[in-house]
Write a protein that binds this ligand. Structure first.
Ligand SMILES: Nc1ccn([C@@H]2O[C@H](COP(=O)(O)OP(=O)(O)OP(=O)(O)O)[C@@H](O)[C@H]2O)c(=O)n1
Length: 400
């Protein structure tokens, strides 16, 4: 949504504009929770008594992103804010969208449709917190409690069960017994939720400070029975990484180690992950294979692993219990004689010249690969003459 850092200052100015035009408005949802907690905020969402048309008449840059649900995106002072008309929601036959959205006239009614007390607070332009469900108290008691009846809340949107556990992990909070019971009774409703949405929550869960508790809750409350792959493998439900995992590439590399019979491709397919995640997980996995073979960070590993995955790789190693230092990758990569194949002093054309009578074929690329490996691992100097001498001993070339 908002690519920029959210600005509370601009949000308050935006509230003032709406108030001056005669409409009530509040900051709502996660932003209020994070302000009260003194934690970095995500997006800042606004709820208002103005209809989308009225919001459009107040601001010049408004994008109608969900008019039927009362939501527009306001670009204001170089920031984007989702502004939604006070509303309630009725009936969730498809477990995704409310059958009916009714605009209402009070912030209290709007807050009453929300998932958890800590997410059901509002803040006005003076910074006063409207807190009809005692979210502040629950923040200080560090609990995730549903607004009203937990069963009803999860029936409306079963993803909220994942959210409950995700917040418990991120904030290191407990979930109330009522929430636990409602998840335990209705976990099967997760079958109605798109796996992509579940993936977003699960990713945040395993990256949270309280991920161990989060994983434990998924296990004891029966959530794992409805998550792809986990459902069929009890051993994965009880596997607890030794450190937090950030993102699905790390996550599936870790779980692939727990049950090698389940391929990365299967993880990607069943969880509908992106090609980027797939590429990254394959890189992490081959680095891991190399690491396990040598029981240390090797030159070849440092050469092959894309630099932007170095920190991820260290995290996966730690999650698997390998005693590895955070600087391990940098220490080895500074010793690399070359960083890419272009830096090789002996290229394909040189190899072809060395064997003028040989027909072109796959021996060229495998020959270059052998040279690359020998240079990177310092068995061979990256000097044309040295390599030429080495190559001349191949008779015929090492492979074809
Ligand atoms: N299934 C959901 C999703 C969201 N909400 C409400 O909508 C707000 C905004 O939701 P979202 O942006 O998805 O999450 P945040 O709570 O803001 O948390 P974060 O930004 O950390 O993901 C929530 O605080 C909550 O009040 C809800 O009631 N039920």
């Amino acid at each position: 949504m908002n690519k920029h850092k959210p600005s509370l200052h601009s949000a308050f100015n935006l509230l003032s504009c709406l108030e001056e035009a005669g409409y009530e408005s509040h900051i709502v949802g996660g932003a209020v929770r994070d302000i009260v907690l003194g934690r970095p905020m995500g997006d800042i969402d606004i709820a208002t008594s103005a209809t989308p048309q009225q919001v459009m008449s107040v601001f010049s840059h408004v994008i109608p992103i969900g008019i039927d649900h009362g939501t527009v995106m306001v670009r204001y002072q170089s920031h984007s804010f989702e502004v939604t008309t006070y509303r309630t929601e009725e009936g969730y036959t498809d477990f995704r969208h409310p059958d009916e959205v009714a605009f209402v006239n009070s912030i209290r009614k709007d807050l009453s449709r929300r998932d958890f007390t800590i997410n059901a607070m509002a803040m006005n332009q003076n910074g006063d917190v409207i807190d009809p469900f005692h979210g502040k108290k629950d923040l200080s008691k560090r609990v995730i409690r549903a607004v009203g009846d937990a069963h009803t809340r999860f029936n409306e949107d079963p993803l909220r069960m994942m959210r409950a556990i995700r917040f418990a992990s991120q904030l290191q909070f407990e979930v109330t017994e009522e929430v636990k019971q409602a998840i335990y009774n209705q976990a099967s409703l997760l079958n109605h939720i798109a796996v992509e949405r579940i993936a977003v929550e699960f990713e945040k869960l395993v990256a949270g400070k309280g991920y161990q508790n989060g994983i434990h809750l998924c296990d004891t409350l029966g959530v794992f029975s409805y998550l792809p792959i986990f459902s069929a493998h009890r051993s994965l439900q009880v596997a607890v990484p030794r450190q937090k995992l950030f993102g699905f590439a790390q996550l599936i590399t870790y779980y692939r180690e727990q049950t090698p019979t389940i391929s990365l491709q299967k993880w990607v397919k069943d969880w509908k992950l992106s090609n980027r995640v797939k590429r990254e997980a394959l890189s992490l996995h081959s680095a891991l294979t190399e690491y396990k073979q040598h029981d240390e960070m090797t030159l070849w590993l440092a050469y092959q692993l894309p630099e932007h995955l170095a920190a991820s790789f260290i995290q996966v190693l730690k999650a698997l219990g390998y005693p590895v230092k955070k600087e391990a990758f940098t220490e080895v990569s500074t010793l690399l004689p070359i960083h890419s194949i272009d830096e090789l002093a002996f290229q394909a054309r040189d190899l072809i010249k060395a064997f003028p009578n040989l027909e072109k074929g796959s021996w060229i690329s495998s020959g270059i690969e052998s040279i690359e490996y020998a240079v990177v691992t310092k068995q061979l100097n990256n000097k044309y003459e040295h390599i030429k001498e080495w190559v001349d001993q191949w008779n015929p070339p090492a492979s074809n």
